[in-house]
Design a binder for this molecule. Structure first.
Ligand code: GLN
Length: 235
């Protein structure tokens, strides 16, 4: 029986705005294609992570990010080798920020990330809140939709490229019109919502990268109704 192994990083700390819905989407869309899906939670204090096809880390407030930042350092070398082996990573907002080099909150100690992405984040003076529409070259249709709520400003460097450009909303930093980040099969985005249920084409894109095979299309009428209802909508 074909398997999909998902490592869910720190769900007890980083799971704000229903980001766990991304795990449910990956699980169901793989099961609907006949895969057996194994989901391992990695929480604070866990010292060992086995290999997985996909790793997911959700968003959270600065306070939760402090603990996760410290915990992640234990697994930095292993997760870097997983990235270089081709495993898929998806980080949302606070989790995305910790996949980069660091997140510098206001008036607080710098939170180290694990540098899977060549990116860094500094706290801004404005909170970016609202719906987001992104134009991307990775999938067809070439739009992604979601909801953002962050004060962090993320800047990309080197070979780390954006997932797309914002048509509506602020994205990475509200200045360079980029949203999200990708390096190898590591993806980060500010899109909550949760992200994947309303972007089934991107969910399948991640699954095909992780499984190394094309997947049979599903009837995504309902998912695209939700997707299309948010395109170019700010509030
Ligand atoms: N604490 C981070 C910020 O405000 C991330 C917030 C989040 O995950 N929604 O930028």
């Amino acid at each position: 029986m074909k398997q999909l192994r998902i490592g869910h990083l720190y769900p007890k700390l980083l799971n704000i705005y229903g980001d766990g819905g991304n795990i449910i989407t990956l699980k169901k869309r793989a099961e609907w294609r006949g895969f057996v899906v194994i989901i391992d939670e990695i929480n604070s204090g866990d010292t060992f992570i086995s290999e997985h096809d996909v790793y997911f880390i959700g968003g959270g407030q600065d306070v939760q990010q402090i603990e996760v930042s410290k915990e992640l350092q234990k697994h930095k070398d292993f997760l870097t080798s997983e990235r270089d082996r081709g495993a898929v990573f998806l980080g949302i907002c606070g989790g995305y920020q910790l996949l980069g080099h660091y997140y510098q909150p206001h008036n607080a100690e710098k939170l180290l990330g694990i540098s899977l992405l060549d990116a860094y984040t500094v706290a801004g003076n404005k909170r970016f809140i609202g719906n987001v529409t992104v134009k991307t070259d990775y999938v067809n249709p070439n739009t992604l939709v979601g909801f953002e709520n962050h004060s962090g400003l993320t800047y990309l460097q080197g070979e780390t490229k954006p997932i797309g450009s914002v048509l509506v909303g602020y994205g990475n930093n509200g200045k360079d019109l980029t949203e999200g980040a990708r390096y190898k099969n590591v993806f980060g985005t500010y899109l909550h919502g949760s992200f994947l249920p309303k972007n089934p084409h991107f969910a399948d894109y991640l699954l095909e990268l992780a499984l190394g095979e094309k997947l049979e299309p599903l009837d995504d009428t309902i998912e695209y109704n939700a997707h299309n209802s948010l395109i170019n909508k700010k509030y």
